[in-house]
Design a protein around this ligand. Structure first.
Ligand SMILES: [Zn+2]
Length: 85
């Protein structure tokens, strides 16, 4: 009983989605292959969790590489911030 709309957004146009709408279903924004896709489905069909997917594929590490920037946002390298021993 929810209206569905499809629109093509040209460059420079923003989209605003209210939390009342987000609470009604699944919302995703992807940029696979250089193509940005906004997608919404109600009612919710499944959980989408990229972290869980990447962990399952063995492509997610809890610990950043030593020369990567620290995820705390300090701007320091991980090895000189929270990765210091
Ligand atoms: Zn840090």
């Amino acid at each position: 009983m929810v209206s569905v709309a499809q629109m093509i957004l040209m460059g420079g146009i923003d989209a605003l989605i209210g939390m009342d709408i987000l609470g009604m279903g699944d919302f995703a924004v992807t940029h696979y292959g250089g193509k940005t896709t906004f997608s919404f489905c109600s009612p919710s069909r499944r959980e989408i969790d990229f972290v869980t997917e990447l962990k399952r594929m063995g492509m997610f590490s809890q610990k950043p590489a030593k020369n990567a920037f620290c995820p705390c946002g300090s701007g320091k390298k991980y090895k000189s911030c929270h990765g210091r021993v």
